[in-house]
Design a protein around this ligand. Structure first.
Ligand code: 4AD
Length: 475
């Protein structure tokens, strides 16, 4: 009852406090500062209140004692309330630890937005061990957690490092549209929508637009959301993902793979050279070691042989693509043959055994998109292969898909025909081959997959701010 009457006033004789963010505190030791944030941890002991304050940039330990811990607000304080703390920053005594190595001795503070107590208290709504469907519903709370926020913070540094590496490699950033009327990776995974009386789609890839930039801007890249209506509930598929794509002119297939490798290695080097990013990687993936160059290159046909040598089989399918089962209902497993798609499970097992990044290259044309350049000659049984590559990473599998593109006009027309594509809406893409064609190639990297590899996350769902997968577009 007494405590209700204590009203805290700021002592006007104290030095004026400096407003700051938690990650900028180090040079302000022994100074009077004020910091706003959210109560991440709260503990009361013998009339003293210990708070860990979180402001997104870091964590700060704060101590409220004497009058500051006796007010009504102090005694009814709740986790996740937003507050402003004012006090003197002190280095923690020898032998004690605190984030940043200091703590705030609070002399004045106020509540900005109190979070509920009781039934509605944060800890009753959410804990990190809740059921996955509850965690998905409460993603807006999950991202307040230490792990989720570290992944997102690392993601931000990753994007900056990628951009810096690409700019250093003389690629220019462009922003292609999300609303499109052409498919890149096949009609089956397009999200269609009504568009002023026409049909439009959400983009699957900005590749075709990047190709049109080459004669205008030179080598280019973009960071754009891509959308895939894939009914895949796997740990590496999202319905919307961040797609980092690059396109380069006057290169060979070998140049393309070397470029992808150097962008990835330069990005990793930049992250490890930055103390905050390096600390995040260490926190999330303590065993991380940067990949060594050059990356292993494995021809598709050799990969098929490798899978068979290692007894890695796949489920047999009938002509319609349905799995064939034995009398007991178990799927029948068969060896891989040239022409087979290497499915996710087999690819993952191979990558995990090899334990290093691998460029798998030279896929059969029949498995790949219409625009891919063909390798000269044919293989066994007249098979045609393409100058295409996937970069596979241990633990995740494919993180990059790239290829050289058909540069010849008539060859492209033949490719549309073979794939049953109506070339009408692709007129602008075809024009690239008509008005000064060039040998060129490019790639797309799935940012969430890359981050899953870098930060050792089990699923890409943990690497997206608000992940979308079949059935989920909330929050
Ligand atoms: O292999 P994909 O489909 O290639 C393309 O879209 C090319 N047009 C890119 C280009 O050459 N410019 O996709 C490229 C990468 C994949 O390697 C994967 O990392 C990621 O995009 N990706 C996905 N990530 C999350 N969820 C999905 N559903 C994804 N589909 C592809």
């Amino acid at each position: 009852e007494e405590s209700k009457k204590i009203v805290l006033v700021e002592d006007p004789s104290l030095p004026k406090s400096i407003r700051t963010k938690i990650n900028k505190l180090l040079p302000l030791r022994s100074k009077r500062v004020h910091v706003s944030g959210w109560i991440h941890r709260l503990r009361q002991q013998k009339g003293i209140i210990f708070i860990v304050l979180r402001d997104g940039t870091g964590y700060l330990q704060a101590v409220l004692s004497g009058q500051t811990s006796q007010t009504y607000e102090a005694l009814t304080l709740t986790l996740e309330s937003s507050i402003e703390l004012t006090g003197t920053l002190q280095e923690v005594p020898e032998g004690k630890t605190a984030p940043g190595g200091h703590e705030l001795i609070v002399d004045y503070w106020k509540v900005l937005g109190a979070a509920p107590s009781g039934e509605e208290a944060f800890a009753n709504r959410f804990n990190e061990k809740s059921d996955p469907s509850i965690l998905a519903e409460l993603r807006h709370f999950v991202i307040r957690g230490e792990t989720a926020s570290s992944v997102l913070r690392l993601r931000s540094h990753l994007m900056s490092a990628f951009r810096a590496s690409l700019v250093e490699a003389n690629l220019l950033e462009v922003t292609p549209p999300c609303l499109v009327q052409t498919s890149v990776e096949g009609g089956a995974t397009l999200f269609a929508l009504k568009y002023y009386g026409q049909t439009a789609y959400l983009t699957q890839s900005s590749q075709l637009y990047l190709e049109t930039c080459l004669p205008s801007l030179g080598d280019v890249f973009c960071v754009q959301e891509s959308f895939r209506a894939e009914n895949s509930h796997t740990r590496r598929h999202l319905s919307e993902y961040t797609h980092l794509e690059g396109e380069l002119a006057f290169i060979t297939f070998d140049d393309l793979m070397t470029h992808i490798e150097s962008i990835i290695c330069s990005t990793v080097d930049k992250l490890l050279a930055d103390s905050e990013s390096a600390a995040l990687i260490k926190q999330l993936n303590p065993k991380f070691t940067p990949p060594s160059r050059p990356f292993k290159r494995l021809a598709y046909t050799d990969a098929i042989a490798w899978l068979n040598e290692h007894g890695i089989q796949h489920e047999a399918e009938d002509a319609e693509g349905n799995f064939i089962r034995d009398a007991t209902g178990k799927p029948i497993m068969v060896d891989h043959a040239v022409g087979d798609d290497i499915a996710e499970a087999a690819e993952r097992r191979m990558t995990d055994i090899l334990g290093v990044p691998v460029f798998l290259y030279g896929f059969p044309a029949e498995l790949k998109a219409f625009y891919m350049k063909r390798m000269p000659g044919t293989g066994e049984g007249g098979k045609v292969f393409t100058e295409s590559c996937d970069l596979l990473m241990p633990g995740v599998g494919e993180i990059v898909g790239g290829s050289m593109r058909i540069a010849d006009h008539d060859e492209l027309l033949a490719a549309y025909k073979r794939e049953g594509i109506d070339p009408t809406s692709y007129y602008w893409f075809t024009d690239q081959r008509k008005y000064g064609t060039c040998e060129h190639g490019g790639y797309g990297l799935g940012v969430e997959r890359f981050l899953a590899w870098l930060a050792d996350r089990y699923t890409v769902r943990d690497c997206s701010l608000y992940p979308r997968w079949p059935g989920r577009a909330t929050p």
